[in-house]
Design a protein around this ligand. Structure first.
Ligand code: FAD
Length: 483
């Protein structure tokens, strides 16, 4: 093996996982990260005596997590203390009704029966069963693979599979074939928002996300989601990988990685975890691709709160009166939603160690337009105030109990983490940017470079970027760069 290092640009979860995989193979690995901590979108935020998950809060689809650890001779449970969140979350509807998501089928049937009646309740096990089949067949066939040509996407048994599961049908309509109550339709379709994608625009295949939640459950690693990143970093370091924080890369030219400081590192291969549209434009100086479509953004509030917050679970989802209209405003009209759905987390309910001195950590995520909309500070403040007012109305939370707060805006995702247009979930996941059609992990303009992370194949979300690290490693092996 040559003495040149494999250079990983970015210490997001995808970059960390690939660094661990390469270090385990005995390769010399250097990870260059522009910020002062590992994790990327999955970093930790601290406000006063409260610690927060910066972005992701839901650990779902454990298989790719387990696979990363077993592939490097380790066991997930030896590195992460994971707990099932049950209920997964509490849902608040505008009409005052509530439901709690859970993997317990009998409990779901009972709650659905009370919410909307027998017909929808009886349909639930059938929905879950069909989603389980979809999940089992779609993930290995379309997700866990490197594509070299379109035949691998449409050939073989792909077409019968697509037709049998109506994979390309509309997701929101598909859910409507099982349950009638509009509240349940929202409940079983909103999960595409984890990809920054409206369920009204999503193909049915993304209903696998609903299965992940209701079939396998939502998990939480004690110490916070950032422990996923830190545990991978610790293992990679133990296996010899070198991490350089506060080290921004300016350009990649052939094998040469040029740092903002002027230093040049000659790489055996470059594995780029900086988000792909930004990396192609800024690091590789390629022309921007105006036809690319981007996910929505997320307006965040991290608030250190005095005392406990009653009435909320660890995870909570609030729907506005018109979910479809809400998403149309964000995705089509690109304007500020008038009655937005949003998500609230209080992770210290599961993990009291995250707060000291009787504080609570209130995290709000409001899906919102990306920077295609010209945001004003007044709009940001109004959205956050609106969400706090809703908490006050629903659970009696008094915003005056907030001791310190930090907001994180669409522009911050762009400036801090180099996410083009502040699209917090990277490139969007419509059909033409999914599976084979999503940008390949093989750089078209630099044969020394591969991509890993949310905007390359297979896509966004921690399980997907872990799979992308596996695929990047396989690509390097197949291309003869790794043994
Ligand atoms: C608000 C929010 C909530 C989410 N919720 C969930 C959830 O609950 N569950 C889930 O599974 N997923 C969730 N996701 C998605 C998940 O966070 C992402 O898919 C995943 O973290 C992306 O990882 P990545 O490997 O693509 O890298 P990123 O996290 O994008 O990291 C890339 C790294 O590259 C660095 N970098 C960029 N440019 C340079 C440069 N020039 N030089 C050096 N370093 C550079 C950045 O600083 C960053 O650290 C959420 C995302 C967001 C934004």
């Amino acid at each position: 093996m040559s003495d040149r290092p494999f250079v990983v640009i970015g210490a997001g979860v995808g970059g960390l996982a690939v660094a661990l995989r390469l270090a385990h193979r005995g390769a010399k690995v250097v990870v260059l990260e522009k910020t002062d901590q590992v994790g990327g979108r999955n970093r930790e935020v601290t406000v006063g005596d409260a610690k927060f998950d910066g972005g992701p809060t839901l650990m779902m689809m454990l298989d790719p997590f387990r696979k990363l650890f077993t592939d490097v001779g380790e066991k997930l449970e030896d590195h992460l203390d994971i707990r099932l969140c049950d209920p997964s979350y509490r849902v608040f509807y505008r009409d005052g009704s509530r439901i709690e998501g859970t993997t317990n089928v009998a409990k779901m049937v009972d709650q659905i029966n009370r919410l909307s009646g027998r017909k929808d309740a009886l349909a639930y096990p059938k929905l879950l069963g069909d989603l389980a089949d979809l999940y089992r067949e779609a993930i290995p066939r379309f997700v866990e693979r490197n594509y070299n040509h379109i035949g691998q996407f449409i050939g073989g048994k792909a077409l019968p599979l697509v037709l049998r599961h109506r994979m390309l049908g509309n997701l929101a309509k598909g859910i409507g074939r099982y349950v009638e109550d509009p509240r349940l339709r929202m409940l079983f379709s909103f999960q595409t928002m984890y990809l920054g994608l409206s369920p009204y625009d999503a193909p049915w295949v993304y209903a696998v996300l609903t299965y992940m939640e209701y079939g396998e459950g939502i998990w939480y690693p004690m110490g916070g989601m950032v422990e996923i990143a830190r545990s991978i970093e610790r293992l990679a370091t133990k296996k010899g990988a070198e991490f350089r924080l506060n080290t921004a890369v300016k350009k990649v030219e052939g094998r040469n990685v040029i740092l903002e400081s002027g230093e040049v590192i000659e790489a055996e291969a470059v594995i780029c975890n900086a988000d792909l549209p930004y990396a192609e434009r800024e690091l590789q100086s390629l022309p921007a691709k105006p036809k690319r479509r981007y996910s929505c953004s997320a307006l965040m509030l991290y608030a250190e709160v005095d005392g406990e917050i009653d009435g909320l679970e660890h995870h909570n989802v609030f729907f506005g009166a018109d979910f479809e209209g809400n998403l149309r405003q964000i995705f089509d009209e690109k304007r500020i939603p008038t009655d937005p759905a949003f998500y609230a987390a209080v992770s210290c309910k599961t993990d009291p160690e995250r707060c000291k001195n009787s504080r609570s950590n209130l995290y709000l995520l409001i899906p919102a337009p990306n920077l295609d909309h010209s945001w004003t500070e007044a709009e940001e403040n109004a959205l956050i105030d609106g969400a706090l007012k809703r908490l006050q109305d629903e659970v009696g939370f008094d915003p005056a109990r907030i001791l310190q707060r930090k907001t994180y805006r669409p522009k911050d995702w762009a400036d801090d983490l180099n996410l083009d247009r502040g699209a917090a979930f990277g490139l969007s996941h419509d059909f033409w940017q999914s599976a084979y059609f999503r940008p390949s992990n093989r750089s078209k303009s630099n044969r020394n470079m591969v991509f890993v992370g949310a905007s390359t194949q297979p896509g966004n979300g921690l399980p997907m970027v872990l799979i992308s690290a596996d695929l990047a490693e396989r690509r390097l092996v197949d291309d003869g760069r790794l043994r």
